[in-house]
Every structure is written in structure tokens, then in C-alpha cells.
Design a protein around this ligand. Structure first.
Ligand SMILES: CC(C)(COP(=O)(O)OP(=O)(O)OC[C@H]1O[C@@H](n2cnc3c(N)ncnc32)[C@H](O)[C@@H]1OP(=O)(O)O)[C@@H](O)C(=O)NCCC(=O)NCCS
Length: 235
């Protein structure tokens, strides 16, 4: 069992069991702090139910600001410690990212057919939004209910970069509906711990369309054959 909670600035002192992994990059503290300052909702940690270490985390963001036509959710880091792999945690983190990146209709938690309509929808249907006490004002001790989608940014797609030789992660992302958009030659050149083969140095830019990309303009079928340089990615 694990507990999902916001990533905290002091988690950099507790995530060694996750980052002692050759596929996981460790950045300087200011890097994590800048994400927490700008996109706190997009940075999530999982800790074991009995212990205060960090067993897994996701660091993500959205950019460039809407209404830019390239507005998208971006996965910066996703890593699960060996002891917590295979439990579905990566799937849950990705679903949370997709929900935030979409209009709220994608990702997790999936709307249940049994759940009541959100207040906005209820009001549109002419029904007053009621608390558990039957009044239109919610009970003071009721947990606040955020209407679906209020924290979601309705971007066009989600993307991430992954080393071409990280087959485990690439296969997992494909299973989750991501596809290669382009291969970035030398994306990881110069990074600590990276070898010298082409597949270690290059990265796949993988993407998944969000509901706003109705025409599928931000994904392509033959992405593995499209080679670009890092300059073209950051242009
Ligand atoms: C890749 C990684 C994130 C997977 O995490 P995980 O918690 O074990 O993954 P999950 O249990 O949530 O699995 C999600 C889906 O991917 C699949 N999957 C997981 N590992 C897989 C593997 N080795 N090969 C193929 N599919 C795999 C699962 O079967 C699951 O699909 P399912 O629900 O249909 O069964 C984890 O191994 C990891 O942290 N690796 C090191 C860091 C890394 O590579 N991060 C990605 C860099 S971008």
C-alpha cells in the first residue's frame, strides 16, 4: 500500500531509493524547487504506508502558456523504486498527468456513471447544488469538492522524452497510448551515466493526444523515422 501526496521540497532528501536507478536523472535542488513553485499540482510523490521515504514520484508541467497552439502537458520525470514497481503506480501517475493536461475528461479518476453530476452540470440542468444536509450550502465539515476539471488546463497533447534504449519504459508508454513523434539525435549526449551507443545517446519524443486535439494533429504514425536535432526541439 502506498500514499500519494504532493511532492515536497524536502523530498529530495528522501528519494534516494528511487534515484539510485541508472535510468533516473538526479537534478540540482533548484530544479525541483522551480517546478514546485510553478506547477505544484503537477509534482506528486508516493510513499510507503509505513515509512516516510519516497518510493516513487512524478515531476511534470504544462507549457507554453495557453492559448499557444503548442500548449501541452510535459512529463519531466517519472520513476518508481524497484520495490514498488509492477503495482500500477506509473499508470496512476500518467493518468493523473493526462487528467490535468486535458479538460478533465481524460486520465484518472475516470468519471463513474454512478457519480453525481458536477455542480456546474447540475445547475445547468436546473437542479440546485446541495450539500449532504439538503441545503444549497455544503456542510462546514464536508470535504470541499472541486468541480471536475477546474484544475485541468485543456492542452493539446502530453509529451515526454525517453532514451531509445529504455525498452521497458518505451513499451509501457506505448501500452498507455503514447507513440513516438520524433527521434531526437544526441538528446542525452553529455548526461552522466549515458553510454556511447546511438540508442543511448538519442531520445524518443513520445506523445499522446488529449481530447482537444480532435484532428490528431499533434501525433504521427512514422515518428521513429523522423530524426531531428535538439536545437529543433527547443526552437
Ligand atoms: C518504467 C517504470 C516507470 C514502470 O513503472 P511501474 O510502476 O512498474 O509500471 P506499472 O506497474 O504502472 O505498469 C504500467 C503498465 O506498463 C506495463 N509495464 C511495466 N513495466 C513493463 C515492462 N518492463 N515491459 C512492458 N510493459 C511494462 C505494465 O504491464 C502496465 O500495463 P498493464 O496495466 O496493462 O499491465 C519503472 O520501471 C521505472 O521507474 N523505471 C526506471 C525509471 C524510468 O525508466 N522512467 C521512465 C523514464 S522517461
Amino acid at each position: 500500500m502506498s500514499i500519494l501526496r504532493p511532492f515536497d521540497a524536502t523530498d529530495v532528501l528522501r528519494f534516494h531509493s528511487v534515484n539510485a536507478d541508472p535510468w533516473t536523472a538526479t537534478y540540482h535542488n533548484g530544479y525541483y524547487a522551480s517546478y514546485l513553485a510553478q506547477w505544484p499540482d503537477w509534482c506528486i510523490a508516493a510513499q510507503p504506508a509505513f515509512g516516510d521515504s519516497v518510493g516513487a514520484y512524478m515531476i511534470a508541467k504544462h507549457e507554453p502558456p495557453a492559448p499557444d497552439p503548442q500548449h501541452h502537458g510535459h512529463l519531466t520525470a517519472l520513476s518508481i523504486s524497484p520495490a514498488m514497481r509492477g503495482l500500477g503506480l506509473a499508470r496512476v501517475f500518467m493518468a493523473m498527468l493526462e487528467r490535468l493536461s486535458s479538460d478533465g475528461s481524460a486520465g484518472w479518476p475516470a468519471p463513474s456513471p454512478l457519480s453525481p453530476p458536477p455542480p456546474a452540470a447540475a445547475a445547468a440542468e436546473g437542479a440546485p447544488a446541495e450539500g449532504a444536509n439538503g441545503n444549497s450550502t455544503p456542510d462546514a465539515d464536508e470535504p470541499p469538492q472541486a468541480p471536475d476539471g477546474t484544475d485541468c488546463v485543456d492542452a493539446f497533447f502530453v509529451d515526454l522524452f525517453v532514451r531509445c534504449n529504455n525498452h521497458r519504459a518505451t513499451e509501457m508508454y506505448e501500452k498507455l497510448g503514447y507513440s513516438v513523434f520524433r527521434r531526437v539525435v544526441d538528446y542525452y549526449t553529455g548526461m552522466e551515466g549515458v553510454g556511447s551507443s546511438r540508442d543511448e545517446l538519442d531520445g524518443f519524443d513520445m506523445r499522446k493526444s488529449m481530447p482537444k486535439d480532435t484532428a490528431g494533429r499533434y501525433v504521427r504514425a512514422n515518428g521513429r523515422d523522423i530524426l531531428v536535432s535538439p536545437d529543433q526541439v527547443w526552437a
